[in-house]
Design a protein around this ligand. Structure first.
Ligand code: UDP
Ligand code: MG
Length: 338
């Protein structure tokens, strides 16, 4: 047991612990060296203040640029060990995070983007919530969305309303992937068997003591986001179908509503024919009815299909990613590599 002192001067009795920084990289060559320098400085601070042993795990998610070459050359420092995991192709961010989690050892895990948008300076605060205040999941959320369009904000709000509908454990709105998980929360996350991963949701679902930290994301250090509108919609469908059955319920509700409408319409037609003695002009109402029912049915089949697709991919139980290359660098003399 060693005594660590946090910046406010309080002493915390903490055994020496490890913190693994998982950083997914997809075409991040331009800012990588700078990020590594910032992480080295951070690791030194964390070691001094909290006696934390830090290790960064760079996961190269099949980048097309020099990301891997640069990552291979990043040096370990006394306070910071380095692992580089290179995936065999681009598997997507969630898979890259999963790979990082798999290569992390026993200890806490921090997920952070490799584009400099997640400020390393904030990490100290997250660590403080974990070690000093005893929280298990410290997640960050955008303080505001003022710089985003109205349409995007509305879509985001709708998405969370839908995914959290009737859920026991709500996924916090605006929470990002920048989060710290204590050793026991990490262990819990590792136990989840599903292949279709939606980390935001899973990290919230496991429970434990969670706390939110608001922050202002920095502008991207270089390049452009790899999540365009189409990819975000894909991720939302992925999240929705792996987390909630709300779309299926809505489908059922819509079915009931339509059937009810059709029933009332039928009654009114009977009324007009029998009581008022009018002959009912059939063609327009027929077409409208057919198109409505046809459209709604196709939509519902699509929704059900999403779930069936999910079942299929879980059933195939394929590995989530393949590793093409892995190397470890430690500053200590018993350096390992592989
Ligand atoms: N990323 C990844 N694989 C991908 C796309 C992105 O590993 O297929 C990484 C990327 O390098 C970055 C993080 O995921 O570190 C977030 O990506 P990005 O900045 O493009 O998304 P945004 O910040 O706009 O959500
Ligand atoms: Mg980004």
């Amino acid at each position: 047991m060693t005594l660590a002192v946090d910046p406010s001067g309080r002493q915390t009795a903490a055994p020496e612990q490890s913190l693994y920084l998982v950083v997914p990289l997809y075409n991040e060559a331009a800012g990588l060296r700078q990020l590594h320098e910032r992480l080295q400085a951070l690791a030194t601070t964390l070691q001094q203040c909290y006696r934390l042993r830090c290790e960064v795990i760079y996961v190269d998610d099949g980048s097309a640029d020099d990301t891997l070459v640069i990552a291979r050359g990043l040096p370990a420092a006394p306070a910071l060990d380095v692992q580089v995991v290179s995936l065999s192709r681009n598997f997507g961010k969630e898979a890259a995070l999963m790979a990082g989690l798999d290569y992390a050892g026993q200890g806490a895990v921090l997920f952070m983007d490799g584009d400099g948008q997640h400020p390393p300076a904030l990490v100290e605060k997250l660590v403080q919530h974990w070690l000093v205040d005893g929280y298990d999941v410290v997640y960050t959320a955008k303080a505001h969305r003022d710089n985003e369009s109205w349409a995007r904000r509305t879509a985001v709000r709708g998405f969370y309303a839908l995914i959290n509908w009737g859920a026991r454990q709500k996924i916090p709105e605006d929470a990002g992937d920048f989060r710290l998980l204590s050793p026991r929360a990490t262990a819990a996350l590792r136990q989840l068997p599903e292949r279709n991963r939606f980390f935001k949701g899973l990290a919230s679902w496991i429970g434990f003591r969670q706390i939110r930290v608001d922050y202002e994301p920095e502008p991207r250090a270089h390049g452009i986001t790899s999540f365009n509108a189409a990819r975000l919609i894909g991720l939302s469908i992925e999240g929705l179908t792996s987390f909630s059955v709300a779309p299926l319920r809505i489908a059922s509700a819509l079915g009931v509503l339509l059937a009810l409408g059709a029933f009332l319409f039928g009654i009114s037609i009977l009324w007009e024919t029998w009581i008022d003695g009018k002959s009912v002009p059939g063609y327009p109402s027929l077409i409208v009815g057919m198109m409505t029912i046809g459209g709604v049915q196709l939509l519902m089949i699509g929704i059900v299909g999403e779930y069936i697709g999910k079942i299929l991919s879980e059933l195939k139980a394929r590995p989530i990613y393949f590793v093409a290359e892995h190397n470890v660098r430690r500053a200590s003399p018993d350096a390992a590599s592989g």
